[in-house]
Design a protein around this ligand. Structure first.
Ligand SMILES: NC(=O)c1ccc[n+]([C@@H]2O[C@H](COP(=O)([O-])OP(=O)(O)OC[C@H]3O[C@@H](n4cnc5c(N)ncnc54)[C@H](OP(=O)(O)O)[C@@H]3O)[C@@H](O)[C@H]2O)c1
Length: 340
């Protein structure tokens, strides 16, 4: 399976490591021999149609800060779009930073790959939050797959659980804690009595929150994820602009305490039941959705089975790389099972 990897940061780098660590059992267990024919970062690419050595690429990246600095295979200055257009591959893995304003650069990478009839696996929720219905149509039109299980819940198989394990049921609504950073902040405000600003600083120091935390605390990250769930699981055709959005920036210690005095915890909850909404809401402490720290949890309410909740770590390089690999295996199985 020939792969073009775009973005070699935390997730992309972990994917290279995982492919190397699991090379043997991928062949034995799934009949997959992943061949990284190109890796692209912001400065250019490394390209080898016979397959780049993962260990070597990780070493080049660590030593020189960019894969395009490889003395033999490096091609400085090449863009992701050029690499996708000019090289043969079965799958493009897109792992560049999330941008919810225009989806770039991921949007162009994904569109180009689909138009070039290359399957796409991505952990980048920006393009999906803005245009998932159109991107799914583009994939279908070109007879290829677009998969994105790492965009919601990191390695926790939230999308796959709903899509496959609840196949015989009818999901009516979804409620989720989908952002570890905001959950950490609200947990620390409740447990340690910290102010919002003190809890945010602590989260930044622990590496959970970015220097610019707006994506998390203003709810955009959570909104992007509930849009993906609504499209993929509930078959709604919605984008980010359809979400009623309120973040946690204005939450006070007093509000958190008052909610706690009633046996509940304030959480940033995403819900899809008619309206698609993201807002701080009290959740009873005994409810399985009431997870603490950086955990994520999603409750699916189905017509026959009732409520089921899936809980797990919502982020992490290796965790998310394992979701990319899961999608890759699914695509391989589908490609060899039948025509699309
Ligand atoms: N980290 C997680 O736990 C996690 C979990 C789930 C989903 N995700 C999503 O997965 C994606 C990747 O996350 P990450 O944590 O790996 O981010 P990251 O560490 O910032 O990595 C992104 C990489 O993409 C590179 N890049 C930026 N623009 C590019 C371009 N035009 N062409 C090629 N490469 C480009 C960046 O290079 P520079 O650094 O030089 O700009 C960086 O190396 C994001 O969309 C994120 O939201 C991450």
């Amino acid at each position: 399976m020939r792969i073009i990897l775009i973005g070699s940061g935390v997730v992309g780098g972990s994917f290279i490591k995982l492919v190397s660590l699991r090379a043997r059992d991928l062949v034995r267990g799934f009949g997959i021999r992943p061949r990284l024919v190109a890796i692209v970062d912001i400065y250019g690419a490394a390209i080898n149609p016979a397959g780049l050595d993962p260990e070597r690429m990780l070493a080049v990246f660590e030593k020189k800060g960019a894969v395009c600095k490889d003395p033999t295979f490096g091609k400085p200055g090449l863009s992701g779009v050029e690499v996708i257009e000019e090289n043969d591959a079965e799958v493009v893995i897109e792992a560049t930073p999330t941008n919810v304003v225009n989806g770039e650069p991921g949007m162009s990478h994904i569109k180009t790959a689909l138009k070039e009839r290359k399957n796409v696996v991505t952990s980048n929720k920006g393009p999906l939050a803005l245009a998932l219905p159109a991107l799914m149509e583009l994939a279908q039109y070109n007879g290829v797959y677009l998969r994105f299980s790492g965009t919601v819940g990191g390695g926790t198989p939230i999308l796959d659980f709903a899509k496959r394990s609840l196949l015989g049921d009818q999901i009516i609504s979804v409620q989720g804690i989908l952002n570890g950073t905001t959950n950490y902040i609200l947990t620390r405000m409740a447990d340690a009595g910290l102010s919002f600003n003190a809890a945010l600083k602590e989260a930044q120091k622990a590496g959970y929150a970015e220097a610019n935390p707006s994506m998390d605390i203003d709810g955009y990250d959570t909104a992007a994820k509930i849009v993906i769930i609504a499209n993929w699981i509930l078959k709604r055709r919605v984008t980010l602009k359809d979400v009623d959005l309120k973040g946690i920036r204005d939450i006070t210690c007093e509000e958190v305490k008052e909610v706690a005095s009633k046996g509940k915890m304030l959480k940033l909850v995403a819900s899809a039941e008619g309206r698609i909404q993201v807002a701080p809401m009290p959740i009873p402490v005994e409810h399985p959705l009431c997870v603490s720290g950086v955990l994520n949890a999603v409750t699916f309410t189905s017509k026959y089975a009732g409520e089921e909740t899936i809980v797990g770590r919502g982020a992490g390089g290796m965790e998310t790389a394992s979701a990319l690999l899961r999608d890759l295996i699914e695509i391989k199985n589908r490609l060899y099972r039948s025509s699309i």
